[in-house]
Design a protein around this ligand. Structure first.
Ligand SMILES: NC(=O)C1=CN([C@@H]2O[C@H](COP(=O)(O)OP(=O)(O)OC[C@H]3O[C@@H](n4cnc5c(N)ncnc54)[C@H](OP(=O)(O)O)[C@@H]3O)[C@@H](O)[C@H]2O)C=CC1
Ligand SMILES: O=C(O)CCC(=O)C(=O)O
Ligand SMILES: [Mg+2]
Length: 740
């Protein structure tokens, strides 16, 4: 923790495309906010920044960085937090390895990531890297529940300018396949803790001979917390994966696996590894121990595996065997068919929240190895939420694709605070070392859960605290009241965890006298009804747990708006502060590649505009500085202007890009401020700026376009050079001079 002054608004430094966008947008925001006496500071939550902050003792004074994430984690529990949170990388092992290598190349004396730590120093390095891996940022900052929806202006724009949608045919062979038993959904048990059971719980493994091994001690649970436990049977998973590979081949469709290896950072890389093993089963049967000895770990994906195998003495022969097996297998769904990158190369390349919606938007087509779009088997091993996608696919096969010109909208109120549900389960998830029983024992000795497990099974416990649940239901009530529309709790009374939540939900709705305004439906039924509702052009509010929050806030926006980047995403922090997330999507690695190769950045900052407007208005509420509200309202006008004048970035080089859209955003923002009559001083300040921007439009646009079509040098990927990045992202001296 540092004693730096806390700025009014904290803007986060992140990775990849949104960080490049910030290099252009943030100077504009800071300049405009200063005129209203609002300070905007930056805290670094990028992957590279978090790595650097983790090893201060190995770095020079100049290289060191404070632990900004820890500072923000504390700040979000205070009533005055006002944070604009951009999407950051949730790193898989291959991303972490690449970032460390890049930093080492820049002179940072960081330890290698110890794949198989042996010494105490290696174990310590591994511990620090593991804390950086996966979704290590969002769960720390999300001290509130989630409210995600399309702003009215954004939704109206999408209807007036519908994106293209792939055709859905009734004879499409695309399908969603999930386990029918032995998975997390089937094995789940759940309890709500009594006062006596609250306190430090223990998770232990009991071997058949009675030997007890503590897996985790001192897991603190509060009274009223819903505690679930479950496991994925590895035997059932293996059988299922083998069946799906055979089925895909038989049906002549692409094989694809969709997981969330980032947020489910312990369980899902293991499941991913099983998919790699199943696909290359004959190779693992023949060379299993040698592959393990060489560090060819399937959990890190085929990409790292192929690199390690190439270093083995017998590498050539094994690679030839892999090629022969692949030729016999069904074609794989590809991440990049030009470069031969398959679904199985990197665990974080195919992330279910974005991957299946994109496939559905395309009419159920995925990219095959030949670069052609094909019908696909979407394998979602755990059945907890697969029905959402299965029902969506079934609905579009029956009724044809959705029409974004007439579609209504599904908003989301997500139970997310304080590491709710599965997304907070990684510290209590274990790959079981030996056959036996796993027990979760409450502070008072009650056995809350027990499961008979086999070696290799994945066991996990998840917790959902009482205060966040109550806050979530209240948020749903207030949103339903504001919209007056259909509102559905997506909860399945036949599922153990959901049944406990329903016990909370019903009494709160009854006490508020609003039970008749809400339905409680299982995910499949809720999906069908929501799709029918938006087909009629109407609105539905989906009130969901954490995982469905994540899935639905990509699924519906991608169908309705073409992308989830345009979402308004507000986290009302439980202690009173505000966290304004930008969009509902990720950091778009493909966009960086395009900028580096062609000098065109297609990232759309509409999510940042939406978050900024909310953050400024919230700042006025917090501080009484009404100038901040004027600034925030003008942001809304500017955002509308960008949409109305069609100044959002487009896909191809030479078209409007991110930098152009920021110029127009600044122009419309300044014009709105000059035109408003609430604050004369602000109007006087911005009038000459608006005039200068308007008069120099052609010149600025030409300066911004000068480097389009040329390769761009950012001085790094994970840890870019600020001067080089500024040169690429702020290429107009005229614009920069006016902004000052
Ligand atoms: N909140 C957070 O911090 C989140 C972080 N992530 C992280 O992001 C990385 C990439 O994740 P991935 O699942 O591939 O998802 P992304 O959302 O980054 O990429 C999927 C696609 O979404 C579209 N997209 C997303 N945002 C924008 C935008 N602002 N403007 C235009 N298009 C956009 C693009 O598709 P198209 O060009 O087809 O429109 C993009 O190629 C991972 O490291 C992941 O962990 C992911 C989700 C949330
Ligand atoms: O934290 C992450 O890794 C991803 C978050 C995400 O996808 C979301 O909140 O929608
Ligand atoms: Mg998501």
């Amino acid at each position: 923790m540092t004693d730096r002054p806390i700025p009014d608004i904290i803007y986060t430094k992140v990775d990849e495309a949104p960080q490049l966008a910030s290099a252009s947008l943030l100077p504009i925001i800071r300049s405009f906010a200063a005129a209203a006496g609002v300070s905007v500071g930056v805290r670094d939550i990028s992957l590279a920044g978090r790595i650097i902050a983790a090893f201060p003792e190995r770095l020079t004074e100049a290289q060191r960085q404070p632990d900004d994430l820890a500072e923000l984690g504390a700040l979000v529990t205070t009533p005055t937090a006002n944070v604009v949170k951009l999407p950051n990388i949730s790193a898989s092992v291959p991303q972490l390895l690449a970032a460390v290598k890049e930093l080492q190349g820049q002179g940072y004396d960081l330890p290698d990531y110890p794949e198989d730590p042996k010494t105490e120093a290696e174990r310590e390095a591994r511990r620090r890297y593991d804390a950086i891996k996966g979704s290590a940022v969002n769960p720390v900052l999300r001290e509130g529940n989630s409210d995600r929806r399309a702003a009215v202006a954004v939704k109206n724009y999408a209807k007036a300018n519908p994106h293209s949608m792939g055709e859905w045919r009734p004879d499409s062979k695309t399908r969603v396949s999930t386990m029918s038993g032995g998975d997390f959904r089937s094995n789940e048990t759940s309890v709500t803790l009594s006062a006596a059971q609250a306190g430090a719980a223990r998770i232990e493994h009991v071997a058949p001979d009675g030997t007890v091994t503590v897996l985790k001690d001192k897991v603190t649970y509060h009274e009223g917390t819903v505690v679930d436990a479950t496991f994925m049977s590895v035997a059932a998973l293996r059988t299922f994966l083998a069946e799906q590979i055979a089925l895909s081949k038989r049906e002549g469709v692409l094989f694809s696996v969709h997981l969330k290896a980032t947020m489910m950072k312990v369980s899902d890389p293991i499941i991913f590894g099983h998919a790699v093993r199943a696909f290359l089963a004959p190779v693992f049967e023949a060379h299993g121990p040698a592959l393990a000895a060489a560090g060819a770990d399937p959990n890190a994906g085929l990409g790292v595996m192929l690199e390690r195998i190439a270093e083995m003495p017998e590498g050539k022969a094994i690679l030839a065997e892999i090629e022969a097996v692949m030729a016999e297998r069904p074609p794989l769904y590809m991440v990049n068919s030009d470069k031969g990158i398959t679904n199985l190369h990197v665990p974080s390349d195919v992330i279910i929240d974005a991957s299946i919606p994109a496939l559905i938007r395309a009419g159920g087509k995925g990219w095959g190895p030949d670069g052609k779009a094909q019908d696909t088997n979407c394998v979602v091993p755990d059945s907890s939420y697969a029905a959402v996608y299965d029902e969506t696919v079934a609905y579009f096969k029956q009724t044809g694709a959705l029409d974004p010109a007439t579609a209504g909208t599904v908003q989301n109120i997500g139970l997310m605070a304080q590491k709710a549900e599965e997304y907070g389960s990684h510290p209590t998830t274990f790959e079981i070392p030996a056959d036996g029983t796993v027990r979760l024992i409450a502070a008072n000795g009650d056995v809350l859960h027990q499961h008979k497990v086999q070696k290799g099974d994945i066991w996990r416990a998840a917790a959902t605290r009482k205060a966040p649940i109550e806050d979530w239901v209240r948020l749903a009530i207030s949103r339903q009241k504001a919209e007056g529309c259909q509102a559905i709790f997506w909860l399945d009374a036949t599922r153990a965890h959901d049944a406990q939540l329903i016990n909370y939900v019903r009494p709160i709705l009854d006490a508020a006298g609003v039970a008749d305004k809400f339905q409680i439906l299982a995910p499949r039924e809720a999906t069908r009804l929501s799709l029918e509702t938006i087909r009629k052009g109407e609105t539905s509010i989906a009130i969901t747990g954490n995982v469905l929050r994540d899935y639905l806030t990509d699924l519906f926006p991608i169908l309705e708006l073409g992308t989830s980047a345009k979402m308004l995403s507000i986290v009302k922090l439980m202690q009173g502060g505000g966290l304004f997330e930008t969009g509902a999507g990720g950091s778009a690695p493909k966009h960086v590649q395009q900028l580096m190769e062609e000098g065109h950045l297609r990232w759309d900052s509409l999510g940042e505009f939406c978050a900024l407007g909310e953050s400024l208005k919230f700042q006025a509420d917090l501080s009484g500085n009404e100038k901040a509200r004027v600034l925030g309202r003008a942001v809304d006008v500017a955002t509308q202007g960008v949409l109305d004048h069609d100044k959002s970035p487009k896909g191809r080089v030479g078209q409007t890009d991110n930098r152009d859209s920021h110029f127009y955003f600044a122009l419309y923002w300044a014009q709105a401020l000059a035109a408003q009559s609430e604050d004369a001083a602000l109007a006087a300040h911005f009038a000459p700026i608006a005039k200068a921007l308007a008069e120099n439009e052609a010149k600025i646009v030409a300066e911004l376009a000068a480097d389009q079509g040329k390769a761009a040098d950012l001085g790094g990927y994970y840890h870019t050079d600020p001067a080089k990045t500024a040169a690429v992202m702020r290429p107009s001296p005229t614009f920069n001079a006016i902004i000052g």
